[in-house]
Design a binder for this molecule. Structure first.
Ligand SMILES: Cc1cc2nc3c(=O)[nH]c(=O)nc-3n(C[C@H](O)[C@H](O)[C@H](O)COP(=O)(O)O)c2cc1C
Length: 361
């Protein structure tokens, strides 16, 4: 396939793709490092990243900030060739909905992240925390409306624009920027075609702001992409690259427990559920005894990790931190397993190189 890399300002990756950040603990240094080594953009999820640190129970924020820096260092080691070169880039996904969001972004930029990507809400104050650094920033949006709000705010308040933009469709994994009603219609005929038009409008919006600042704002399309045809389709709409997450879960290099990867392999299309997470946002997950149980009874929350700004432990049906950690550590019956819409197509453990070859033969 004829392909060009991805240029984001003064930074470049050999392949025009980003491996989407996956929390908790699914995309850490192992996966992100391998992706960057192969020439892509490897993304470490900062969501409760310190869960394996000794002091996580006592001071999860301190554990998270420390683990963030350590994981980027490990990823750089994996990604860097013997001659000191690296074909890809490395960065973080930091959810805007995270409590102390600004401290995480500041730490990420200071640690030398090439890029930071923020979704799960509108990261209207993101530029403030990277000022004076060379870290490139991107919001994740699902609508033209959201793109316009963010770019207008950044323009007005910070006299700058986005370094790149990620568009996440309704087929993506984790928390989703669509209402439940929209998500229920996503397999209907014409849904994707209609969304392609939204993608084109978001690209037009990026071009407008790019012109204003005399820069090219690369636009990256995400959600349900797992083969070369889908990559080509995104390019045909005017995208500069794609973001892919779910297919990377079943790689040897992915940081999740083997049982988590096996749950992906076992999952069929009919096992996918749209849930409302404790923060009130829709999310996609694999149906399991945990999901069935929490629909009937609330879980006792013994401790609040203060992870998300809007979660109230008094009313939340379960602790999302604990549920995600249980899953990534291999307790797939009792944990929350986020997934993308294409999980049903994954049938075996592969490697990062093989996933990339499928996208860019
Ligand atoms: C297991 C899992 C965890 C995810 N966690 C996050 C997250 O913490 N923050 C975020 O912005 N996106 C998260 N995502 C979304 C991905 O980064 C990505 O944009 C999306 O899943 C792309 O669609 P795909 O999985 O179909 O390729 C997650 C996705 C999955 C599958």
């Amino acid at each position: 396939m004829n392909r060009q890399g991805l240029q984001i300002g003064n930074k470049a990756a050999e392949f025009p793709f980003i491996q989407g950040g996956m929390g908790v603990g699914v995309s850490l240094s192992g996966l992100a490092g391998a992706v960057a080594r192969e020439g892509g953009i490897g993304i470490i999820s900062t969501a409760q990243i310190g869960f394996r640190e000794a002091d996580f129970e006592k001071d999860s924020k301190a554990a998270n900030l420390r683990a963030m820096v350590a994981e980027l260092g490990k990823a750089r080691e994996i990604a860097t060739a013997a001659d000191g070169s690296c074909k890809g880039l490395l960065g973080y996904n930091i959810m805007n909905a995270a409590r102390d969001y600004g401290d995480y972004v500041r730490t990420a930029a200071k640690a030398g992240a090439d890029v930071i990507i923020s979704g799960a809400g509108l990261p209207t104050d993101m530029p403030e925390y990277v000022e004076g650094t060379d870290t490139k920033i991107a919001p994740i949006v699902s609508s033209e409306k959201a793109a316009r709000i963010i770019l207008k705010m950044w323009d007005r308040h910070y006299r700058r624009t986005a370094d790149f933009l990620v568009i996440e469709s309704a087929h993506a994994g984790g928390h989703l920027g669509f209402s439940r009603d929209v998500l229920e219609r996503q397999n209907e005929e014409g849904f994707d075609k209609e969304y392609d038009e939204e993608i084109c409008r978001i690209i037009d919006c990026a071009r407008e702001y790019g012109e204003k600042y005399s820069v090219h704002i690369p636009v990256i399309v995400a959600g349900g992409i797992m083969n070369a045809g889908q990559v080509q389709h995104a390019f045909s709409l005017g995208a500069d690259g794609v973001q892919v997450a779910t297919p990377f879960v079943v790689t040897e290099e992915c940081d999740a427990h083997r049982a988590y990867k096996q749950a992906y392999i076992n999952a069929k299309a009919e096992d996918i559920e749209i849930i409302i997470s404790p923060v009130g946002m829709p999310a996609r997950a694999i149906n399991n005894p945990f999901l069935e149980r929490i629909q009937k009874e609330k879980e006792t929350i013994r401790k609040c990790y203060r992870c998300l700004e809007k979660c109230n432990p008094a009313t939340a049906p379960y602790c999302i931190t604990r549920a995600l950690i249980r899953a990534v550590e291999g307790d797939v019956e009792n944990g929350l397993i986020f997934c993308g819409d294409n999980v049903g197509y994954l049938t075996e453990i592969t490697t990062v190189q093989e996933v990339i070859r499928g996208l860019f033969p």
